[in-house]
Design a protein around this ligand. Structure first.
Ligand code: COA
Length: 189
C-alpha cells in the first residue's frame, strides 16, 4: 500500500521535497497506514510519546489534532519516499513552547523499514532550511528523550547543539537542542 489518496480527492499539499523524500499534508487514507507502521509499533514508539503504542482510535485523534490535513505548511505531515510514494513516517515544523516562547521545533519519526538510510538527516536538513530561509525563524529547536541515542545523533549531525533539559507535568524529561539562524548561515557558508 502506498497510502496515496483516491483519484477523486485533490492531491495533498506538498510541503518539502528532498533528493529522496516528499513531506506532504495528511489525507484520511493515511491514518490506518500510520497506525500500522508508526503509532502502533512498539519499537518505533519506544522513545517517543512516553513509550506507549497508540490504539487506532487514539492515533486517529492524535493525527486529526496535530497533523496538517489542509493548506498549512507547518504542523506535522506525512513523510514519503519520492520514488514510489511509500509512507515512511512523519516529520514537520510544529509550534513548541518548551522554552516558554513561540518557537518552532523540527521532528522526525520513521517506520522501522526506513531506519538507517540517512532519511532523518535528509528531512531534518530540509526542515532547517525551510525554517530559516522561508519562514525567517531566529532559532529552531529539536526535542528528544535523553536516552534516544539515534535521534540525538541525527540532531547533532544536523549541527544542533544541546541547550538544556526540560520537564513538564504531562511529558517525560526531554533534552532541548537548538540552532540559531547565525549558526545556520555559518554552517551553509
Ligand atoms: C531516530 C530516527 C529518527 C533516526 O532516523 P534514521 O533515518 O535512521 O537516521 P539517519 O539514518 O539519518 O542517521 C543519523 C545518524 O544517527 C546514527 N544512528 C542511527 N541509529 C542509531 C542508533 N540506534 N544509535 C546511535 N546512532 C544511530 C546514524 O548512524 C547516523 O549517523 P552517521 O551518519 O554518523 O552514521 C529513527 O530511528 C526513528 O524514527 N526512530 C523511532 C522514533 C524516534 O525516536 N524519533 C525521534 C524522536 S525525537
Amino acid at each position: 500500500m502506498t497510502g496515496s489518496s483516491s483519484s477523486t480527492s485533490p492531491a495533498p499539499l506538498v510541503i518539502l521535497t528532498t533528493r529522496r523524500l516528499v513531506l506532504r499534508a495528511a489525507a484520511d487514507a493515511d491514518i490506518a497506514v500510520m497506525h500500522e507502521r508508526v503509532f502502533g509499533d512498539t519499537d518505533v514508539m519506544r522513545n517517543v510519546f512516553l513509550g506507549n503504542v497508540m490504539t487506532m482510535e487514539r492515533a486517529e485523534s492524535f493525527m486529526r489534532e496535530h497533523f496538517t490535513f489542509g493548506i498549512s505548511r507547518t504542523g506535522i505531515a506525512i513523510l514519503t519516499e519520492k520514488a514510489n510514494g511509500n509512507i515512511i513516517g512523519f516529520a514537520g515544523l510544529f509550534p513548541c513552547k518548551a522554552l516558554e516562547a513561540d518557537d518552532l521545533e523540527i521532528g522526525f519519526v520513521m517506520a522501522k523499514q526506513a531506519w538507517g538510510k540517512g532519511y532523518a538527516t535528509e528531512i531534518g536538513d530540509a526542515q532547517l532550511a525551510m525554517g530559516f530561509e522561508e519562514l525567517g525563524c531566529q532559532r529552531l529547536l529539536g526535542l528528544v528523550e535523553p536516552r534516544n541515542a539515534a535521534s540525538i545523533h541525527a540532531l547533532t549531525k544536523l549541527g544542533m547543539r544541546f541547550l538544556k533539559d526540560v520537564t513538564s507535568p504531562t511529558r517525560p524529561p526531554r533534552s532541548v537542542y537548538v540552532m540559531s539562524s547565525d549558526e545556520w548561515r555559518n554552517r551553509r557558508a
